[in-house]
Design a protein around this ligand. Structure first.
Ligand code: ADP
Ligand code: MG
Length: 307
């Protein structure tokens, strides 16, 4: 495996921030660290980047990197705040990391302009950071990270300061850059939708521990435990089984249920149903349905077992 992480643990005072973290990642893949605030996502990222110490081992491309300082790890990190230099223009920001590796100014400039072009920032080289939009800053930060050709790219909630529309656009762009540069990437997010959209694999964390590692589909369809089940997607939990919204079919015959609320969402509507004294949720596609609150309906349910 290109990246292998073994037995990472880190305590602050007496409490584990992360505990016994083990995972590996193939070259060119994107893994999301997903989980609620405070679950340890950033701590793992900082340990891998070399910004904080912990027990355990990290191998990158076959090399043990634990004892190396951040600048010798061949890893680039983009933090939430981007960390761009306001007193430097776009080109100077982008080529910043190259100066320590390349002395020839013409080569530096040529590489910088090429990266600007790849990031869709042609013509922006002389602008200062405060003259850029959020999405442009994001692209400068990515360009600056990628220009040094790291083996691993670490992104800590890189889109959280952008508005929803731009987040969606940048998710697509990050995925595109990631493929184009074939760069192995870890992307931290607390947003399930974002993780589902962008990841090859997801590591779901809670309280500093790994709850499950898998593809989006594996986490949704085969949750290992109750935490995964409740964090990923919507589910109706009844006794020891759970029902996803798509497991409920409204039919002519079946069990009795009553519509108690309808939440219109454009392409579809969420229906809240009273079923055997409990509230459960399903959805209907809007051009196929014409339901009202208070309607008595029949449903057929597929129940899944909690593992
Ligand atoms: P996340 O990025 O998932 O929101 P963090 O990795 O930042 O979570 O934090 C994990 C846990 O470690 C939290 O409980 C946090 O309070 C704690 N923690 C992080 N950094 C420190 C620190 N420097 N000192 C003490 N506790 C810390
Ligand atoms: Mg964090």
């Amino acid at each position: 495996m290109f990246l292998e992480v073994k037995n990472l643990s880190k305590k602050y005072q007496d409490k584990y921030a992360i505990k016994d973290i083990n995972f590996s990642l193939d070259e060119g893949k994107l893994m999301c660290f997903l989980g609620p605030s405070g679950c340890g996502k950033s701590t793992i990222l900082k340990v891998i980047g070399g910004f904080i110490e912990s027990s355990g081992e990290i191998y990158l491309d076959g090399k043990l990197i634990n004892n190396l300082p951040p600048e010798e790890r061949e890893i680039s990190t983009v933090f939430q705040s981007f960390g761009l230099f306001p007193h430097m223009n776009v080109l100077e920001n982008i080529v910043y990391g190259l100066k320590f590796r390349e002395k020839n100014k013409a080569i530096i400039k040529e590489k910088g302009l090429k990266m600007l072009d790849k990031m869709g920032l042609s013509g922006y080289q002389n602008r200062y950071i405060n003259e850029l939009s959020g999405g442009e800053k994001q692209r400068v930060a990515l360009g600056r990270s990628l220009i040094i050709e790291p083996k691993l790219l670490l992104l800590d909630e890189p889109l959280s300061s952008l508005d929803a529309k731009l987040q969606e656009e940048m998710r697509g762009e990050i995925k595109r850059f990631q493929h184009e540069f074939n760069i192995t990437t870890i992307f931290v997010t607390h947003n399930q939708k974002e993780a589902f959209e962008i990841s090859d694999e997801i590591m779901l964390l809670n309280n500093g521990e790994i709850m499950q590692i898998g593809t989006a589909r594996e986490l949704y369809e085969k949750p290992n435990n109750r935490f995964v089940l409740e964090f990923i997607g919507k589910s109706n939990i009844i006794d020891n089984s759970y029902i996803r919204p798509e497991d409920i079919a409204i039919t002519n015959e079946g069990e009795d249920a009553k519509i108690i609320d309808i939440i219109y969402q454009g392409e579809l509507s969420i229906l809240k149903l009273k079923y055997q004294g409990k509230t459960i949720e399903t959805f209907v596609i809007n051009n196929e349905s014409n339901y009202s609150i208070g309607d008595n309906i029949k449903i057929i349910i597929r129940k899944r077992q909690v593992i």
